[in-house]
Design a protein around this ligand. Structure first.
Ligand code: GPP
Ligand code: MG
Length: 305
């Protein structure tokens, strides 16, 4: 399939996902982003992600980019998808590649706002710690300030980082945690030490199944903006929400979002996000997957095929 046909196909799927949430895709913002990366779409991992509460008016899309295709932030600048900036956020992806081997990239957009984030993935046999990443010159000082706290809670291995160019924040996606660090007492204590809002029984039970835990950090202060616990599953009923309204919305999305791997069940990633003030939920539905997701499902999803 040619790149142009892939752009059309992914764009239509995005419209279908957006309709489930009564959101309208901004064609003028989204098409240039998809077109800029048209060559990678056929084989990419593609995720469409919704959220609860005041984030319910957005839908994000994530697209993986092979390392050989090159730095997706350079592409975004060259195609005018994002403005040039003097802020260190603009140097971070390039600096990351100088400091650590990168096995894959990805980028994110919003269906109403277009391009907004990039990701750097690290080789699974060479996952850096937060203190190693703190040595990257344009990393926020907050990474260094919190590296000890992360290590104390068994958050040692970073599978990938993301950079949000609008919010000027960085996520560290920790993976390969030992199961004992996700028990209710440890999670409660971690949340308290990070200055985040408490979660209840439902949240703590959910957090125990996480395959990834990721804080969001910024350049302004050492405070952690938020922390997300992510659970991968084919089960459409896992949202850790308690309000009927949220549950209904997530259920509709989990059971109807478009996906392109017929013959398999839809792959879903649920998120429980805690900020200093609130708790909200996220759900990413995978429109395209790779063997990485299949392996993660084998390890983390108790559902049988
Ligand atoms: C979730 O981050 C991350 C993804 C959906 C990336 C997966 C991408 C691939 C192409 C495999 P988030 O959206 O929850 O983080 P935040 O809301 O903090 O930006
Ligand atoms: Mg997102």
């Amino acid at each position: 399939m040619s790149g142009a046909a892939d752009v059309e196909r992914v764009y239509s799927a995005m419209e279908e996902a957006a309709r489930l949430l009564d959101i309208t895709v901004s064609r003028e913002k989204v098409r240039p982003a998809l077109e800029a990366y048209h060559e990678v779409l056929a084989d990419a991992v593609v995720v469409f992600s919704m959220a609860s509460g005041r984030y319910a008016t957005e839908l994000d899309f994530s697209v993986s980019v092979p390392a050989e295709a090159g730095d997706p932030y350079r592409v975004a600048l060259a195609k005018g998808l994002t403005p040039r900036t003097g802020h260190p956020v603009g140097s971070l992806l390039a600096d990351t590649q100088e400091h650590c081997p990168v096995s894959m990239f990805a980028f994110d957009g919003e269906i109403t706002g277009g391009f907004k984030k990039t990701y750097a993935f690290f080789p699974t046999n060479d996952l850096p710690s937060a203190s190693k990443l703190a040595g990257i010159p344009s990393m926020p000082d907050s990474v260094k300030e919190n590296a000890g706290l992360f290590a104390r809670y068994g958050l040692d291995k970073v599978q990938m980082t993301s950079i949000d160019y609008n919010k000027k924040t960085v996520n560290l996606y920790f993976s390969e945690m030992s199961p004992d660090i996700l028990g209710p007492e440890a999670v409660r204590s971690m949340i308290r030490d990070m200055g985040l809002t408490e979660t209840g029984e439902v949240g703590l039970t959910f957090a125990r199944r996480s395959f990834a835990v990721y804080p969001t950090l910024n350049w302004e202060s050492g405070r952690i903006d938020r922390l997300c616990f992510a659970v991968i599953s084919r089960d459409p009923t896992l949202t850790p929400a308690e309000r009927e309204e949220d549950l209904a919305k997530f259920s509709k999305y989990a059971n109807n979002a478009p996906y392109a791997y017929a013959g398999e069940a839809r792959t879903l990633v649920y998120g429980l996000t805690l900020t200093p003030r609130e708790e909200y939920y996220k759900l990413g539905s995978y429109y395209q997957i790779s063997d990485t997701q299949r392996k993660l499902l084998k390890a983390f999803d108790s559902l049988k095929d």
